[in-house]
Write a protein that binds this ligand. Sequence first.
Ligand code: SF4
Ligand code: SF4
Length: 204
Amino acid sequence: MPYKFTFDLSRIPRFFFTELTKVGYQKGMHKKVGRAVHEIIKRFKIQEATGLNLSDAVLLLEDLIEIQARNLLEREKFVQTSKRALFLPHCSRKHMDNRCKAVFNPSIPSYICAHCSPDCLVNKAVSLAEKKGYDIYILPGGSCVPKILQTRHYEGVVGVACGEETKLGGKTLKGTGIVGQAVPLIKNGCANTSFNIETLLDIL
Ligand code: SF4
Ligand code: SF4
């Protein structure tokens, strides 16, 4: 399910995410984190850069902090996993129409990237993850995840998605014993979205 607002953090320096990681460490100290969120919004001029109102900016940053905190908590277990999958969102493909030559296989269900555009973010992510031995899925929606996890048995999964989909993914993994890591979208909108490829590489 997408946010009710659109955002684009792609012009915000990557240092912003380092700051979020620090705040992620502090999670649980709610008052301090609440103050830190407002400070980060001010310091990185998030409202000016994105046009978001304060409450949407707070919601977005709280979700990003939640993702960082969960990644940190699960990291040690994740690095010990060997059979892994990468879930990529179809909305980060360079093209959402028939210029994308990916073939959709409904029995998986996943798109299979045909590597038609060297500058396509999904193509870059697929190439990186293939080298690292991941099984890769390009999903039309988070609802595909349970079916894949039931039929293939993974120890670790990495999911790239917007904050709301990531939260749903976290719920899907709960109680399965599968260890998750997430890479948040830095631009949402369900088409032409983007994520940071260096962040993905660090997580993989
Ligand atoms: S590189 Fe892959 S995902 Fe990107 S547009 Fe081409 S087939 Fe689609
Ligand atoms: S932004 Fe992408 S990942 Fe998020 S709900 Fe829309 S299509 Fe799914």
